[in-house]
Ligand binder design. Structure first.
Ligand code: ADP
Ligand code: ADP
Length: 235
């Protein structure tokens, strides 16, 4: 589903005296169809850069990224916008619009892609049901708990029926109990919908809980990868 080959990303120096930051130094990884794949590493390891390259918020310096058979690095802006519809994104800080209701937040992405109002309504009801939030459709984000906000974030990410869900530290702002319920939800959605999930996290515990495979990233390089059972049993 996702194949990354020899991916490099350098950031230009911030000022005349600064140095180029080599955030990714040749990443190779493959995320199979239907997997929950975790990329785990410490702060500064390159996780966010990697994820932003996969949804092409960031242009890689070199290398290729293929999602669902399409090499994203060759696409122009217009094609990219279409390709991004096949990728859902979940954020650590939820990124909800505070002036819009839960249902309107979920519909927002569909509005941008030109889905008609009635179809948006129907789809929003469907995905809110999937995440167990049907009864909060007309609430505003400020009226929700952190876990509920993240459920809205997940519903919004699923609204366009993406093949791939990318998660950027989705549970890092949540308490342990809520973390547990969000991880269970992701697992359930992966099973029910067959959506492939790639997540980044600084917590090995998240990987242990829900990932099928994982890669350990350090200093812009993958230092270990494989299925989670093997990784955890490596001395
Ligand atoms: P992580 O998500 O694992 O914390 P990041 O991908 O955010 O790692 O960062 C990797 C490296 O790239 C760090 O050294 C960070 O300071 C640097 N970096 C990230 N974003 C930028 C940017 N926009 N400009 C310059 N350097 C950046
Ligand atoms: P996170 O690890 O949660 O991504 P960071 O503090 O590393 O948080 O990054 C927050 C934002 O700042 C990101 O958009 C990242 O691209 C940018 N950033 C991170 N490091 C640098 C850097 N050295 N120079 C410029 N921008 C940076």
């Amino acid at each position: 589903m996702i194949t990354i080959t020899d991916l490099h990303k350098s950031y230009p120096p911030r000022n005349a005296k600064g140095e180029t930051v080599e955030a990714l130094k040749g990443i190779d990884l493959t995320v199979a169809d239907g997997e929950i794949f975790g990329v785990v590493g410490q702060s500064g390891a390159g996780k966010s850069t990697l994820l932003r390259c996969v949804n092409l918020l960031e242009r890689p310096t070199s290398g290729t990224i293929t999602v669902a058979g399409q090499d994203l690095t060759t696409l122009g802006e217009a094609e990219l916008r279409v390709a991004r519809h096949g990728i859902g994104m979940v954020f650590q800080h939820f990124n909800l619009l505070s002036s819009r209701t839960v249902a309107e937040n979920v519909e927002f992405g569909l509005e941008i892609t030109g889905v008609a109002k009635a179809a948006r309504r129907a789809r929003s009801a469907e995905v809110l049901d999937l995440v167990g939030l049907s009864d909060r459709a007309s609430a505003y984000p400020s009226q929700l708990s952190g876990g509920q906000k993240q459920r809205v974030g997940i519903a919004r990410a699923l609204a366009g029926n993406p093949k791939v869900l990318l998660s950027d530290e989705a549970t890092s702002s949540l308490d342990p109990e809520t973390t547990d319920s969000i991880l269970q939800l992701l697992k359930e959605l992966n099973r029910k919908l067959g959506v492939t999930i790639m997540l980044i996290t600084h917590e090995m515990e998240v990987v242990k809980r829900i990932c099928t495979s994982a890669a350990l990233i350090e200093g812009g390089r993958i230092v270990e990868s494989g299925n989670v059972i093997d990784l955890l049993n490596t001395p």
